[in-house]
Ligand binder design. Structure first.
Ligand code: SF4
Length: 287
């Protein structure tokens, strides 16, 4: 890993990435794509050591509170977070200033910060977003090799439910010919139901491939699924959007399931939910 000093930390939509690069090893990772212009190895994590100071300055300048998001380009709970603590420090600042937060992760390390997540949720709002793609644990260890498996993530969702923290599941990407089966989707949906998740995002049933992540994905296909690369090339050519041939059936399955179980479905509905702050439940005297 290496350190950097960032020029700014919050995007115009109040998203932030405290780290750059990732060691979770997901074979489909879009963040590896060349368009993001990384000049070093993806696994050589860049930690933005001045991020807490920048965040505090940015929140102090804001005229009104809002939701702060993290986890879009790099998991905020990389193993490195155990020693670097940038995510925890950011949460402490968000808590102190009474802002809301939503973070996207695949790691059970998020439970370390349950105290802060609950405090933020009491004052404003906290939503944990968790990715679930692969119900079969053995397959999950191949597709997402260096992070908590799907069953462990389900246990985390249950812990968050018990703690009163709302959750949203990213059921994406779904990989054609690998996990785009009804059995897989039904297994994940049952986890979502038991954990009483607030919403499920799919962005269609499929994945994306472009320069950078395509080469890595194909390399992993060769390692774990002989002949599969040829099937992908034959079926999808050099398309960016890779849609499951079972997409219609699986998409309907998810949509109907969400409707039956009063789970939010659809990108607009879920992002509106994620970006909307609750009224504070306790009196704030922070500014
Ligand atoms: S957790 Fe996200 S950023 Fe990390 S390897 Fe997986 S897909 Fe990429």
């Amino acid at each position: 890993m290496h350190y950097t000093d960032a020029k700014s930390i919050l995007s115009p939509k109040n998203g932030m990435n405290l780290y750059r690069g990732c060691t979770h090893g997901c074979i489909y990772c879009d963040s590896r794509s060349e368009c993001y212009g990384m000049t070093y190895t993806f696994e050589d994590i860049e930690a933005k050591r001045n991020a807490p100071r920048l965040l505090e300055e940015a929140l102090r300048r804001k005229r009104s509170r809002c939701m702060i998001g993290t986890g879009a380009m790099s998991d905020p709970y990389l193993p490195l977070e155990q020693t670097e603590g940038l995510t925890r420090r950011a949460l402490e600042i968000i808590d102190r200033y009474g802002f809301g937060v939503t973070l996207l992760t695949k790691s059970d390390l998020v439970l370390r910060d349950l105290d802060l997540l609950q405090s933020i949720h009491r004052k404003a709002k906290c939503v944990v977003q968790m990715t679930l793609t692969t119900y079969d644990e053995n397959l999950c260890r191949i597709v997402e090799p260096n992070v908590a498996t799907t069953h462990r993530r389900f246990e985390v969702l249950m812990e968050l439910k018990k703690a009163g923290i709302p959750t949203v599941v990213w059921m994406t990407p779904i990989l054609p010919f690998i996990n785009d089966t009804e059995e897989n989707i039904r297994g994940l949906l049952e986890y979502c139901k038991e954990a009483e998740v607030k919403g499920i995002l799919t962005f269609g049933i499929g994945m994306t491939l472009r320069s950078g992540n395509r080469e890595y994905f194909y390399k992993k296909l060769d390692e774990h699924f002989p002949e599969m690369k040829r099937q992908y090339m034959r079926t999808f050519g050099s398309s960016y959007g890779i849609h499951s041939l079972n997409g219609k059936v699986l998409g309907k399955l998810v949509k109907d399931f969400c409707k039956e179980n009063s789970i939010l479905y659809g990108t607009d509905a879920i992002f509106t939910y994620l970006n909307t702050l609750n009224e504070p439940q306790t009196q704030l005297s922070l500014f």
